[in-house]
Design a protein around this ligand. Structure first.
Ligand SMILES: Cc1ncc(COP(=O)(O)O)c(C=O)c1O
Length: 310
């Protein structure tokens, strides 16, 4: 069954959701987007959309930064997503991509006097990094975009050139993922993930002013560590070599879930295998995102495949 997309205020077959070559966002990167996961729970035969509300709240904030008109409430955005997912009837893990963008077909770099539109498409999406084995990382020679260049706290399409440069450099150097530093040399984040280290039984993660995208998975892990394990997270700047000597390092993100980092710049982290706290957090996290931990069920919206309408 061909999936549907939401495009120009309607549900249309994905192949009909097309933009012209002059579209402003295509030429200048003037779009704000989200990545939301739908996680398949085979025992319950349900797909759970994870923290859709928080993702749309962040999309709304990104749109404010880019002066993109997004004339929908958070509830309306969630409802469109739920309807789309019911139509598409997936029985596997899915990625949901809302994209609010400058849709005018006009030449001229600016943010003002432009039309905007909202697009949402969905696609099956399995593992991004190897969550069981963990990932090997390299510190990038590229620096993270600064708040006064392209604000990292807004999830802006154009800024992903920064992530793409870092990811491909890491790949070409034989690593799974990049660790990107700020201009003053502190750890910022991965190409599409936030970073945590474990130090003396506590979690430490860079603060929002170190040019991170303030991740929803980051927030989820902070909450789960505090509520379920009694472990607090300290938000402070982290030096590159602090990661080398940390007890554990892990990355979090909608695509990457909770991925232990086993090696950085050819140095083993801990024993060089996934650490015990990372593994505990990962297990807690997967139970929560698949709707198995009913204490956190308010973060999940169930979609029944049998609701398929088309
Ligand atoms: C650059 C960057 N940092 C961090 C994250 C993690 O954010 P989240 O957990 O909300 O997916 C992402 C993923 O969206 C990202 O692209």
């Amino acid at each position: 069954m061909a999936p549907y997309a939401y495009f120009q205020k309607k549900f249309v077959p994905l192949e009909e959701a097309k933009v012209g070559v002059m579209t402003h966002a295509f030429n200048y990167g003037t779009g704000a987007f989200e990545g939301i996961r739908g996680n398949w729970n085979a025992e319950e035969n349900l797909l759970y959309i994870f923290r859709a509300k928080e993702h749309f709240e962040r999309l709304t904030r990104s749109c404010r930064v880019l002066k993109i008109d997004l004339p929908y409430t958070i509830d309306e955005l969630v409802k469109i997503t739920v309807d789309l997912m019911a139509m598409n009837g997936y029985t596997e893990d899915v990625y949901i991509r809302p994209l609010a963008y400058k849709s005018s077909e006009v030449v001229g770099v600016r943010l003002h006097d432009l039309e905007s539109d909202l697009l949402i498409f969905t696609t099956p999406f399995g593992a991004y990094l190897d969550v069981a084995k963990g990932a090997r990382c390299g510190t990038s020679s590229w620096r993270r975009v600064d708040d006064n260049c392209i604000p990292a706290r807004a999830k802006v399409t154009g800024s992903y050139i920064n992530s793409a440069l870092a990811k491909t450099e890491a790949h070409d150097n034989g690593f799974d993922e990049a660790i990107v530093l700020t201009h003053d040399g502190h750890v910022s984040e991965g190409s599409g993930e936030n970073v945590f280290m474990v130090e003396k039984g506590r979690l430490v993660t860079p603060p929002s002013h170190d040019n991170i995208l303030v991740g929803i998975t980051r927030d989820t892990v902070i909450e789960l560590a505090r509520n379920e394990l009694g472990i607090e997270t300290v938000e402070r700047s982290i030096d590159r070599t602090e990661l080398y000597i940390a007890d554990e390092v892990l990355m979090t993100g909608t695509a990457a879930h909770v991925t232990p980092i086993t090696e950085i710049d050819h140095r083993k982290i801990g024993s060089g295998t996934p650490g015990s706290l990372s593994t505990k957090l990962q297990k807690l996290y997967f139970d929560v995102v698949q709707g198995k931990n009913k204490k956190y069920i308010d973060w999940c919206i169930p979609i029944t495949p049998s609701l398929v309408k088309v």
